[in-house]
Design a protein around this ligand. Structure first.
Ligand code: KG4
Ligand code: ZN
Length: 354
């Protein structure tokens, strides 16, 4: 099933002078093809594989790769038609080269390289997390970024687009992964974040007792696996416990923990802008509480729109744009762009030195 999400759609004649960039993301279980011109998203097509992986309770890598291959042509056609453009209008092609599932990455990466080569336009290899950061359009560095997704939970000081420092990360599960695992324990479908969050609306967020992650720590560090184990034990000991209460309490604790560490990082770095990115940024409780924290600390807070928060191709196009200079010679990390056609898929790829 394909879902199409058009964000800030503008006519294709606007914002002349900006290059049209096609962005592809196949890092995990969504086939994303998007198109951006400047910081305007012209198309954002995401073909999710939810039904395919649901019965396994997680992503099956081999199935994911095959499915990307199956749907990527159609996703590209839909994106072009959404933007009202032809393939020949594309000025550069960007694709995620890591981190992610290597077989899945290879599909979008090879497809993007072949397209760029065939069209004779630059190819831009994009770091998946740089895509998540670029999804918060309209925010310029310096800022603090919290990326909370299914694969990552980390805080970055983004001083400029090419000066990014990782301040700390989760020592075990990512926040989205914790949502997914606890949702599974509660008998909810994959991906668990949205389903758990919906159930939480009917529960009492102090309804059960759960441990506070990294209690007493003053570090820039997260941990969510103990929380997941505590939920598993609770369900084992009290099978009749109100599941909505468990969901609401779990959500309060995860969001509270993300906020506690983010507040600490803001205070330590003195940064006055905060970007929340990654799939968990779609969480309404997180959005509310982060907005309140921003007001309290007088820090400007930005979220990507929900359609750009979870994995998609448009964010890769937006990040690709940041790799292109104005009108001068195109370059990636100081290298001529044509060399980028040799870029490999890299499953483990830190965004910044820790
Ligand atoms: O960024 P993303 O689409 O993929 C990765 O790069 O991992 O993030 C997906 C994660 C999943 O774990 C999903 O459960 C979580 O984001 N998520 C949410 C919500 N929507 C998606 N978690 C909590 N609340 C949500 N509303
Ligand atoms: Zn992601």
């Amino acid at each position: 099933m394909a879902s199409e999400q058009a964000e800030h759609t503008v006519g294709s004649g606007q914002a002349a002078g900006h290059r049209v960039i096609l962005g592809i993301d196949t890092s995990c279980d969504d086939t994303g093809v998007g198109i951006a011109r400047g910081d305007q998203v012209l198309a954002n097509v995401v073909v999710p594989q939810t039904a395919l992986h649901d019965r396994f309770g997680g992503v099956m890598p081999e199935l994911a790769s095959r499915e990307h291959l199956e749907v990527i042509d159609e996703a590209l056609e839909r994106a072009l038609s959404q933007a009202g453009l032809q393939l020949s209008d594309v000025d550069a092609v960007a694709a995620t080269h890591g981190p992610g599932l290597v077989g899945a990455l290879l599909v979008g990466l090879s497809y993007g390289k072949a397209l760029a080569w065939g069209l004779g336009v630059p190819f831009l290899p994009v770091h998946h997390l740089q895509g998540h950061l670029a999804a918060a359009t309209g925010v310029e560095p310096p800022f603090l970024a919290l990326i909370a997704s299914g694969g990552h939970t980390a805080l970055f000081a983004v001083r400029s687009w090419d000066d990014v420092e990782e301040l700390g990360r989760s020592r075990d599960d990512a926040a989205g992964e914790a949502f997914d695992k606890v949702a599974r324990l509660l008998g909810l479908p994959y991906p668990g974040g949205p389903a758990l969050s919906k159930l939480a609306e009917q529960g009492h967020d102090q309804g059960v007792k759960l441990p506070w992650p990294m209690a007493g720590s003053k570090g820039i560090e997260f941990s969510f696996s103990g929380l997941k184990t505590a939920v598993a034990l609770l369900l084992e000991r009290q099978p009749d416990v109100a599941k909505a209460d468990v969901a609401a309490t779990f959500e309060r604790v995860v969001v509270g923990s993300l906020l506690e560490v983010t507040r600490r990082a803001l205070e330590r770095t003195g940064l006055r802008r905060l970007v929340i990115a990654g799939g968990v940024a779609a969480n309404q409780r997180l959005r509310r509480e982060v907005a309140a924290l921003g007001e309290e600390l007088d820090v400007q807070v930005s979220f990507p729109s929900p359609a750009l928060a979870t994995d998609n191709g448009a964010m890769i196009a937006l990040a690709g744009r940041l790799m292109l200079g104005g009108d001068e010679e195109l370059a990636v990390g100081g290298e001529p762009i044509h060399d980028a056609l040799g870029t490999d898929a890299v499953p483990y790829l830190p965004l910044a030195p820790t």
